[in-house]
Design a protein around this ligand. Structure first.
Ligand SMILES: [Zn+2]
Ligand SMILES: [Zn+2]
Length: 673
């Protein structure tokens, strides 16, 4: 292949390749060496997989939809990339943005004596570096809230190291001071007992004899967890209880471990401590012991990253920062298997944490995922979108899911069905209006948009999900503006995830939310996914479709010859319907008792009019209602089935969890005792 010869390939390796020029074997009447068949036509830019090479040709697979074409192409039209990986790793900016060169750091002054405490120097350097790398850290931890920000970058943050050091217990300090020790040594320290300690503080739990945990090529026989508490005895009871009942990775390991010891390593003994001192101390210890959970270091699953981006980002940036600090100060402790999911201080992301987006080409869908808090207000349960905007969840769903008090966090996923730039119909769309013909070309895009919430019910292992749909479909924006409210809400969501705003738009369109969309771009040659921020786009707002224009479109879509049983516009004379039907298709398809207020003046009714559509009237041999559903001949003439009313339970179990259910059971910003 263009970049290198065949010798380095081990048999069985499949390479990601890109086609660098068009090649059509028939057009050029290509003759391949004997035995190489068939030849395969490819185009510049095709992403292919190369399996083997022979006499200057490569045998490749060219993916097409859910299958692929196979054949031989000349090697000189292929650019060779990395070996194929099943789940390409995701490369977050937190992983590769460079910290400033350490050469320019001021010398450590009084701390450079060789007998100085490496522990103290490490804590001081850690906090100084956080301050000096503020810009970078803020840039790569996109979901950081105001409170976390005020702790990390407090004007006195550079001094946190000293007070943390002074609170580490004397015995622990003796072991840790030189920066060169093993976790086992800490087991010599007094564990939590009925009488010790009395103060608040930070503990380390050391687990042993659990059968070992694999991470990379290493099997770890010791696992650690760092935590904070204001009451050690109560916290220990809680840990013991949770190990019996909870299924998270931490607690399943705790269940298996034959040895567990909980050791206080830092006590709040100093009187003058900064605000949020326990968070600061816990964070410092997680950094010192690098006790983040292994899965956080190498994100691979977009859904998991979408839900917990702040935890991945926090782990990546602070573990890297810590690596650099360690190399400067000589802090050197052996690696262990960590069980901390959250980065202390970062435990609670801001309420509009960014979205993670990715493309699933086999389904023609773009997915946008995040977590949001539920919020109960005046008998309604809402998902906060941005600022004052929210999406309502039916009370039945909320209570069925146990969201009765509000404040819970749910996983929110927006799906946009799209092929290239063409918006496709989503069967479970949020705006259940007819997919093709509507009030405005931009509003017609809403056919592609679906919104769902997902959650793991407390103490269970089966995820559930619910496609959000709006029940009050016909509510106008106001008494003086007949535009449907659902148009506004749907367009807000679509524009926010696609970062689209308009020139010349009507005043009812909301302003774009500043929440970041992190798109995972698939890098075929590199066999990885790279995070890119979706950039805003500005489009001109097109003119509304007129009633006349939409009548014409409907007539083209349902020509009289092929659809003798559908009439567009004027209400048919008595006799057309045999059942004395009064309602137009749109009204009928809703299965409600609300009467159709057809007006011969414009051949429209209260439901068709807001869409700038005339009424349509269809009859069928069998039940005409069956023809209005997704994929059927009259889909364009009715309202999509209301899932909640017509498909029974609104909440469905998920056949497959979005990610390892054990991870959802971790302590994600739970209240800790
Ligand atoms: Zn009607
Ligand atoms: Zn109508």
């Amino acid at each position: 292949m263009a970049s290198q010869g065949s010798s380095s390939a081990s048999p069985g390796d499949v390479y990601a390749c890109e086609v660098i020029q068009d090649w059509d074997p028939r057009a050029i009447n290509a003759r391949l060496p004997g035995g190489l068949t068939p030849a395969l036509k490819v185009q510049k830019g095709d992403n292919v997989w190369a399996f083997y090479i022979n006499q200057g040709y490569g045998y490749i697979h060219l993916p097409t939809g859910d299958t692929h074409l196979r054949g031989w192409v000349p090697l000189n039209i292929l650019k060779k990339g990395a070996i194929k990986v099943e789940e390409p790793p995701i490369q977050l900016p937190a992983e590769f943005r460079n910290f400033r060169s350490t050469a320019s750091q001021p010398p450590q002054g009084t701390q450079t004596k060789s007998d100085a405490s490496v522990l103290l120097k490490t804590l001081q350097t850690l906090w100084k570096k956080i301050k000096s790398e503020q810009f970078l850290i803020q840039g790569v931890v996109s979901g950081m809230n105001e409170q976390s920000h005020s702790i990390f970058f407090h004007r006195n943050a550079a001094q946190y190291g000293d007070v943390v050091y002074s609170c580490i217990t004397k015995d622990a300090r003796a072991i840790m001071d030189k920066g060169n020790f093993s976790i086992e040594q800490l087991k010599k320290l007094p564990p939590v007992s009925n009488t010790y300690p009395k103060q608040a503080g930070i503990y380390i739990i050391i687990y042993e004899d659990f059968g070992g945990s694999q991470s990379g090529n290493t099997t770890y026989t010791i696992a650690i967890y760092i935590g904070q508490t204001v009451q050690f005895q109560k916290r220990m009871e809680a840990h013991t209880r949770d190990a019996g009942t909870k299924n998270s990775v931490h607690y399943s390991l705790a269940k298996k471990a034959k040895k567990m010891v909980m050791i206080p390593i830092l006590l709040q003994t100093a009187t003058a401590v900064p605000p949020s001192f326990l968070d600061i101390a816990e964070f410092s210890m997680v950094c010192l012991f690098r006790s983040w959970f292994a899965a956080l270091f190498q994100p691979r699953d977009p859904a998991l990253l979408g839900s917990y981006s702040i935890d991945h980002e926090g782990c990546l940036v602070f573990s890297r920062l810590m690596r650099q600090v360690s190399s400067e100060t000589g802090w050197n402790i052996s690696r262990t298997y960590g069980l901390n999911w959250n980065t202390p201080i970062l435990k609670h992301p801001k309420f509009d944490q960014p979205w993670v987006a990715w493309h699933e080409p086999e389904l023609d869908v773009f997915k946008y995922r995040t977590r949001r808090t539920l919020w109960k207000n005046a008998g309604e349960v809402n998902v906060r979108w941005y600022a004052g905007e929210h999406i309502q969840i039916p009370l039945e769903v909320a209570s069925d899911a146990g969201f009765v008090s509000g404040g819970q966090s749910v996983h929110l996923e927006v799906e946009v069905r799209k092929k290239g730039s063409e918006y496709l119909t989503h069967p479970f769309r949020f705006v259940r209006l007819p997919p093709q013909i509507g009030r405005n070309p931009e509003l017609e895009k809403l056919k592609s948009l679906a919104v769902k919430i997902q959650w793991l019910p407390n103490g269970q292992t089966k995820w559930r999900e619910y496609y959000v749909e709006r029940s009050r479909l016909w509510q106008p924006i106001s008494k003086t503006n007949d535009v449907l409210r659902i148009y506004r809400l749907g367009l807000m969501m679509l524009c926010d995830v696609e970062k689209i705003s308009y020139t010349g738009a009507p005043a009812w369109i909301h302003t774009l939310s500043p929440t970041e969309i992190q798109f995972l771009r698939y890098d075929h040659l590199g066999q990885r996914r790279v995070v890119e921020s979706v950039l805003p786009k500005v489009l001109p707002w097109p003119a509304d479709n007129t009633m006349a224009r939409n009548t014409e479109r409907l007539n083209t879509m349902f020509p009289r010859q092929s659809f003798p049983n559908t009439i567009i516009g004027p209400k048919p004379p008595p006799g057309f319907f045999t059942n004395n039907r009064k309602a137009c298709d749109m009204c009928l398809s809703q299965r409600t008792t609300t009467a159709c207020k057809y007006d011969p003046a414009d051949n429209s009714c209260q439901c068709c009019r807001p869409l700038n559509r005339p009424c349509t009237w269809s009859r069928a041999g069998q039940d005409v209602m069956d023809e209005f559903v997704h994929g059927k001949s009259l889909e364009e003439l009715g309202i999509a089935v209301n899932l909640s009313r017509d498909v029974g339970s609104m909440i469905g179990p998920m056949a497959e969890p979005p990610f390892d259910p054990d991870i959802e059971g971790m302590e994600h910003g739970d209240q800790q005792g």
